[in-house]
Design a protein around this ligand. Structure first.
Ligand code: PMP
Length: 401
């Protein structure tokens, strides 16, 4: 069982803000001390570039950077040469969509869903426009879920790309991805999985999934911002044109042509995010120490307790009661979500309000914006109680006019 008092000792923000009720981990998690220490160590004791220098410090920095790649690869059961360090999920997804602009042709089809975060739709919308291919949407169930049956209705012999979320950042539903990947492969399509919301909550095995590409960010899993991962099967990565050109990604450069390295360095032009990669590896070790079973059990308990309490209030609409992870999306009747969020801040309660960079989900729900609370290991029952009492206080305040 998770002992939140002990866990909070690992998160220095609670020294500054002991009364913080942080319920916005789906946007960005709080940062754990071991990550901060590892990033600090790089800057305090090394601070030099990787892959380039012939001196001791450079060897040490390179060793830490490549060990981080190793840690990431084992974490998702990939090979080290299939792990590209990027700036985050958004960059990873854009890199693949950009690379496919020259591969896709007129009449090819790209399948996405209405549950996608903008970073899993917009790059493909532009790629579809530029390559004259067609963007198709998997219809959602009434509850807002992606199902295998619905996926089958848009899958055709023309489907070349399936870009899909593993876990929705608004609804918290887990996509039945294994079966979808199998079906997509039968048509010869590649699958790009947005795992930004999955990695903080569940173990990922890219080999078991047989997924082609997968993206996630460090900052949602206790790691640094500014670092993320692009996984790609090595055969596929080496077939793609590099996305950026520059230092350490070329083999031989002549006046009129050049040859490029294999993945992953092929996709890491310029000085990479060295401290970020080292910090991300520390975050992974921390998650592994806690264990996903414990994370799931703890956060789902908080979610269920909060749902039960929310239902005791009047005028609450909950949109995703059956979420598979600990995300609750809701509205308070007659009060704008931004007003509630601002009021909750008076009680040091941090929640998210808006369309959560997933406007198609808001449109599906038929609302402009919603409130979202999301839990992680540093939250406890008291956080849930403070949330509920401050929503009540907000209702009393706004509805008294
Ligand atoms: N996809 C999903 C499902 C997300 O929740 C997010 C972050 N809100 C992203 C992609 C984008 O991640 P980042 O901002 O770290 O690039």
């Amino acid at each position: 069982m998770i002992d939140v008092k002990e866990i909070r000792k690992d998160f220095p923000i609670y020294n500054r803000e002991p009364k913080l009720t942080y319920l916005d981990s789906a946007a960005s998690s709080l940062k754990v001390k071991t990550v901060i220490d590892h990033v600090d160590h790089y800057y305090q004791s090394l601070g030099v570039n990787v892959h380039r220098g012939a001196y001791d410090l450079a060897y040490e920095a390179t060793k830490l950077y490549e060990e981080a790649r190793d840690t990431v690869s084992k974490f998702i059961n990939a090979n080290a040469d299939e792990i590209v360090f990027t700036r985050g999920t958004t960059t990873s997804l854009n890199m693949i969509a950009n690379a496919y602009r020259d591969i896709l042709k007129e009449d090819d089809e790209i399948v996405v869903t209405e549950l996608e975060h903008h970073s899993s739709i917009l790059p493909w919308m532009v790629t579809a426009q530029k390559s004259k291919s067609k963007l198709k949407y998997v219809p959602l169930t009434k509850e807002g879920r992606i199902t295998v049956e619905a996926f089958k209705t848009v899958l055709t012999d023309q489907t070349k790309v399936v870009a899909i979320t593993y876990v929705s950042n608004v609804m918290g539903y887990v996509t039945p991805i294994k079966e979808i990947i199998k079906l997509a492969h039968q048509k010869g399509a590649v699958v790009i999985l947005d795992a930004a919301q999955a990695v903080p909550h569940m173990a990922i095995d890219v080999k078991a999934l047989d997924v082609d590409y997968l993206a996630f960010s460090g900052h949602k899993m206790f790691g640094p911002s500014g670092v993320g991962v692009l996984f790609g099967k090595s055969k596929l990565l080496n077939m793609l044109e590099p996305v950026e050109y520059g230092g350490e990604m070329a083999d031989d450069v002549f006046k009129d042509h050049a040859t490029f390295k294999e993945a992953p360095l092929r996709f890491e032009a310029g000085t990479p995010v060295i401290s970020g990669a080292i910090g991300l590896a520390a975050a992974i070790r921390y998650i592994q120490k806690i264990g996903y079973d414990q994370i799931h059990e703890h956060t789902m308990h908080l979610k269920q307790y909060t749902l039960n309490q929310l239902k005791t209030l009047k005028g609450i609409t909950i949109y995703n009661e059956t979420a598979d992870i600990s995300t609750i999306t809701f509205n308070v009747d007659d009060i704008h979500p931004h007003d509630i969020a601002t009021m909750l801040d008076q009680y040091q309660v941090s929640v998210r309000a808006g369309h959560h960079c997933a406007q198609l989900v808001s449109r599906f729900l038929g609302v402009g914006s919603t409130l979202r609370v999301s839990f992680h290991i540093y939250n406890d029952i008291n956080d849930c109680d403070v949330l509920i009492s401050s929503i009540k206080a907000s209702q009393d305040f706004f509805l008294s006019f």
